[in-house]
Design a binder for this molecule. Structure first.
Ligand code: ADP
Ligand code: ZN
Ligand code: ZN
Length: 728
């Protein structure tokens, strides 16, 4: 009797054996539903064998093997295996993390997606029919007909909502010639854009990559903002499409998908494109995933999870904004989609292109030492589009009122007079970051997190931006009873108010996570900006990434100093990237750009490098610092993270774990320390850092160590290993 070995979504890194009468070797990669304890679980068949270590009396039978969807391709299973080994995470959990939700359930799926791809519409003949010619007693028919008359098209779902009988009626009407079937357009097709002539630099980049299009290379496409990296992607994709192959494009933010999707569709109007991101519902995601798996979708555009899409004809991988931290998952399986993208490309022997204006120091270093191939775009693609002029406003000499300095206000005035758009960047939403009692210095803090509550004046609420906790504004200081409590510091809402007071005629639009909550908010915002219906934008880093605002000429940056002297060794790198991105929004077309940074430290090397647009200078400085201090990319790190209700329990657990580790020359083990933010959502957190000069030795160490940690009593402690951690 054949035995199937199944990876299940449980925190134990082992396969489970079951009898399955009808299983064959071809079933590897299929889902199987099996009994587990008192429950049923669905997992992936990793192997089919004729023997097992499980004694016959304990061996159970699989309930079902689902053959609704083709088995996962071997390459994808290999990716899951690699991911499980590298991140020391149970295989079953890795697999289930990567599969669409609908495939994780204990039932086979019903595929009716193809039938969802059409809609119904009245024909010319249909439109001439009088409603009165349908007998009044035939209520369903009348309603259906009225609906068809009112709305241009009706989807299957619309029809079904009217009545289960509606589809049958529609079929009759199709035969009568009243109704026609039309395919659902994926999205409204944009006007086909003109294809620009490549700049000299773009041409060199495209040539370099396409000459070696059929083999593995990691390309670092290092191009300043506005240098036209997208056009380079498009030209390479064109080559890959010509071979009939698929391209996977990973992007950091779901908010960027519509813009990029429109660009891709305009360039390749007849190419089958799917986008896979967290904004989709389960059905949509499954549908896109299946189109990719069947090889129908040629361009797959997605956020980090899309790296786990089965792609039988993969020919190219692109990771746009490769430095972005959203490529790293920050809970559960802490994988880096960028690094897995490189693995996939190597596995398939195809190129991977990492694009960025400010590469991560890891990638930059890899390009320096020849592991990655570097291609650079040093000037802006559009003729006459110069880089913006960047200046610091010294806030020690210029007075600040409500967050704004005089020079910035003057510049805004000028910009308004010239009918150009401006952007004020402040990376903090809400009205003010602190509620302060002026007499005893009490501040409002979150009960469940070690953080301050942020003042949201309009809702009269205090909110924790870490756990979502909200409470009413207190009338008086809960500590001393004084009524003189007031918001302290600036957030986007406060700056918006200050601007509205100073520029009553200007049209001001705030963009942060609070203002884009509504459905379609992003879409509307972008439309308003492009229609010149906005004069001043106020926003957080949501605004910084990738968007192209042709009429924007002034960028003001407030409150960025805090990150200059952070204890996090990556803070400078992140700040630089962020400021380069925001600054890059200015002066993208024919409008000259100007960037003003309000700072107390105008002579800081970071601002100097920024003013000269000199990424390399800063990168070299930071790399030298990291080398001295022994930080990545010169060492490889892993973090054992643990949490419990009580910090002492966590620290004790970590101490025990560190005692399990055998000291060795190649592995450095640090003392357990509380996390930067000790309390989060009611849990107290700490971690233990291990590092090594050798990735291989670190991996070997971790494999043994994790097995040992698994034997510790973890009473009340939750732990996880974070390989290549980005946050501490
Ligand atoms: P990046 O992603 O490198 O910041 P984009 O790809 O957004 O830059 O390109 C910036 C602008 O330059 C876009 O408006 C794009 O249409 C335009 N562009 C790109 N390549 C060319 C070219 N060869 N000639 C003219 N315009 C170009
Ligand atoms: Zn007080
Ligand atoms: Zn909180």
């Amino acid at each position: 009797m054949p035995i199937i070995r199944v990876a299940l979504n449980i925190p134990v890194d082992t396969l489970f054996d079951y009898q399955a009468t009808d299983a064959t070797g071809h079933d590897v990669g299929l889902r199987a539903c099996v009994p587990f304890g008192k429950k049923w679980l669905t997992g992936i068949i990793i192997a089919v064998s004729s023997e097992t270590q499980v004694p016959p009396e304990k061996l159970k039978s699989a309930q079902d093997i689902f053959r609704d969807v083709a088995p996962l391709p071997v390459a994808l299973l290999d990716l899951f295996h690699f991911c499980s080994h590298y991140y020391h995470h149970p295989l079953g959990m890795v697999v289930m993390n990567g599969l669409p939700g609908k495939l994780r359930g204990n039932k086979p799926i019903k595929l009716k997606e193809s039938s969802n791809n059409y809609q119904f519409s009245l024909t010319k003949t249909g439109k001439q029919i009088e409603l009165s010619s349908i007998p009044a007693r035939n209520r369903v028919a009348r309603r259906l007909f009225t609906e068809l008359n009112h709305s241009a098209v009706l989807t299957r779902a619309d029809a079904k909502q009217i009545s289960p009988r509606a589809l049958k009626l529609l079929k009759e009407w199709i035969q009568l010639g009243w109704v026609s079937i039309i395919p659902v357009p994926a999205v409204t097709l944009p006007k086909t854009a003109k294809i620009p002539h490549l700049t000299h630099e773009q041409q060199i980049a495209v040539n370099a990559i396409t000459i070696e299009i059929k083999q593995f290379n990691t390309w670092l496409l290092h191009g300043i903002t506005g240098s036209g990296k997208t056009e380079v992607y498009l030209r390479i994709i064109e080559q890959v499409l010509a071979q009939g192959k698929q391209t996977l494009v990973l992007i950091p933010e779901i908010s960027l998908t519509p813009q990029l999707e429109a660009t891709f569709r305009a360039r390749f109007p007849t190419t089958h494109l799917v986008s896979l991101h967290s904004g989709l519902n389960d059905t949509e995601r499954l549908s896109g995933w299946l189109q990719a798996q069947r090889g129908e979708a040629k361009i797959i555009l997605g956020t980090r999870l899309a790296v786990f899409t089965p792609l039988p004809h993969l020919g190219l991988v692109i990771v746009d904004e490769e430095q972005d931290s959203s490529f790293k998952q920050q809970d559960g399986l802490r994988y880096s989609a960028r690094d897995l993208a490189v693995f996939r490309a190597r596995q398939t022997d195809i190129p991977v292109v990492l694009g960025s204006a400010t590469p991560s120091l890891e990638s930059y270093y890899n390009a320096l030492n020849g592991r990655y191939r570097s291609v650079r775009l040093q000037s802006r693609a559009i003729e006459n589009a110069a880089l913006p002029m960047i200046q610091c406003i010294d806030t020690r000499t210029h007075k600040i009122q409500e967050g704004l300095s005089d020079p910035l206000i003057k510049a805004l005035d000028k910009c308004l007079a010239e009918k150009h758009q401006s952007l004020i960047f402040i990376n903090r939403r809400g009205y003010a970051p602190v509620l302060l009692c002026k007499s005893c210095a009490w501040t409002a803090t979150c009960q469940r997190c070690s953080s301050r509550l942020v003042v949201h004046l309009r809702d009269k609420q205090l909110c924790c931006h870490h756990c979502g906790h909200q409470e009413h504004f207190p009338r008086a200081c809960p500590h001393c009873g004084n009524q003189d409590i007031a918001p302290f510091g600036q957030g986007t809402q406060r700056v918006e108010d200050a601007l509205a007071a100073r520029f009553p005629d200007a049209r001001i639009l705030r963009i942060d996570r609070d203002s884009i909550r509504r459905k379609n908010a992003w879409h509307n915002i972008l439309q308003q900006i492009h229609a010149q219906a906005v004069d001043i934008l106020v926003g957080t880093q949501l605004l910084a990434k990738g968007h192209d605002f042709p009429n924007l000429s002034l960028v003001g940056i407030l409150n960025s100093d805090a990150s200059l002297y952070s204890t996090d060794f990556r803070a400078s790198e992140r700040l630089f990237t962020q400021l380069m991105q925001v600054a890059g929004r200015a002066g993208r077309a024919n409008v000259a750009g100007h960037v003003l940074i309000q700072t107390e430290f105008p002579d800081h090397p970071l601002y100097h490098a920024l003013q000269r647009h000199d990424y390399d200078a800063l990168a070299q400085t930071l790399l030298a610092e990291r080398k001295m201090a022994g930080f990545p990319p010169f060492v490889y790190q892993a973090l054992l993270r643990a949490e419990a209700r009580n910090i002492q329990v966590v620290l004790d657990f970590l101490t025990q774990a560190s005692h399990l580790a055998k000291p060795s020359q190649s592995i450095e083990i640090f003392d357990p320390v509380p996390a930067q933010m000790v309390r989060l959502k009611g849990m107290e957190r700490a971690h233990l850092l291990v590092q090594s000069l050798s990735r291989r030795q670190l991996q070997e160490f971790l494999a043994k160590w994790v097995t040992q940690i698994n034997t510790l009593p973890t009473h009340k402690v939750r732990w996880v290993l974070d390989v290549d951690p980005l946050e501490f």
